[in-house]
Design a protein around this ligand. Structure first.
Ligand code: ATP
Length: 238
């Protein structure tokens, strides 16, 4: 379970994320939607330990991980799939997988499930076909799968996905959201941020709309699937 309480962050004295409360139970997807500049990446980076919050707390299964450096947040069980994928141009898929594999520590907190390179390749068989290809040789969709694979290899309890559909063809966007549902079914708590509510609505148990760094709507996925008007109004979609 990921729990944010009054989480606040910004840059150079300006506030990009106003106090936000949000929780993502294990086995569920929480989608945060908002236009460019709404504060989505700021939120994800603050949870991941890349930005120090100016106030508030981040708790992982009750443990306070606020303000820990990114590598310790990752080790605690929060995996990040960053916007733009950030795969290494010169490394092959197999090398990425080998370097990213972090078996859970013995005696450490329980993980929903343990991910090995072999298991990741079962979930993402396309990466197996491309195992000897370098980062630069991969399509956008393959890079997205690799970014997801890297995060999974830390056997996360929480997965942060920053705009995973960006630049992907519709068929791949659907595949990414199906994968997100599969991972939540495995017991992972997924926080997904996206500029578009379309696919997020389909897989999210709860959605939050951010506007200029503030929450302007929180709605159950089921309600938004039945009637998207409140969601569209908050996003000012016509
Ligand atoms: P996008 O979809 O464009 O990434 P976003 O919803 O993720 O948008 P953020 O990137 O979190 O939004 O940006 C929120 C606000 O913080 C914006 O006003 C942005 O200009 C500002 N901001 C983001 N990164 C920085 C930075 N490194 N330095 C200063 N201001 C920043």
């Amino acid at each position: 379970m990921l729990e944010l309480t009054g989480l606040t962050a910004g840059y150079d004295g300006g506030t990009a994320l106003h106090p936000l409360d949000l929780s993502v139970p294990a086995g569920s997807v929480h989608a945060v939607v908002g236009h460019n500049g709404a504060g989505k990446t700021t939120l994800v980076h603050t949870v991941a330990g890349l930005i120090r919050p100016s106030a508030g707390t981040v708790r992982l299964d009750g443990r306070d991980v606020t303000g820990l450096p990114a590598h310790r947040v990752a080790r605690a069980g929060i995996g990040l799939v960053p916007q733009g994928r950030r795969v290494f141009a010169g490394l092959t898929v197999a090398e990425h997988l080998r370097l990213s594999y972090r078996p859970p520590r013995r005696g450490g907190p329980a993980r929903p499930s343990e991910w090995t390179p072999a298991r990741v390749l079962e979930l993402l068989p396309r990466l197996g076909e491309r195992r000897d290809n370098r980062g630069t040789d991969l399509s956008g969709g393959e890079q997205q799968m690799l970014a997801l694979a890297r995060a999974l290899l830390g056997s996360p309890r929480v997965l942060l996905l920053d705009e995973p559909s960006e630049g992907l063809a519709p068929v791949l966007v659907r595949q990414v959201h199906e994968l997100v549902t599969t991972l939540a079914d495995e017991g992972i708590a997924v926080l997904l941020v996206s500029p578009s509510p379309a696919r997020a609505v389909e897989c999210a148990r709860t959605l939050t709309v951010l506007t200029s760094g503030r929450m302007t709507l929180r709605i159950a996925g089921e309600e938004a699937r039945t009637d998207a008007s409140a969601l569209h109004a908050a996003l000012e979609l016509t």
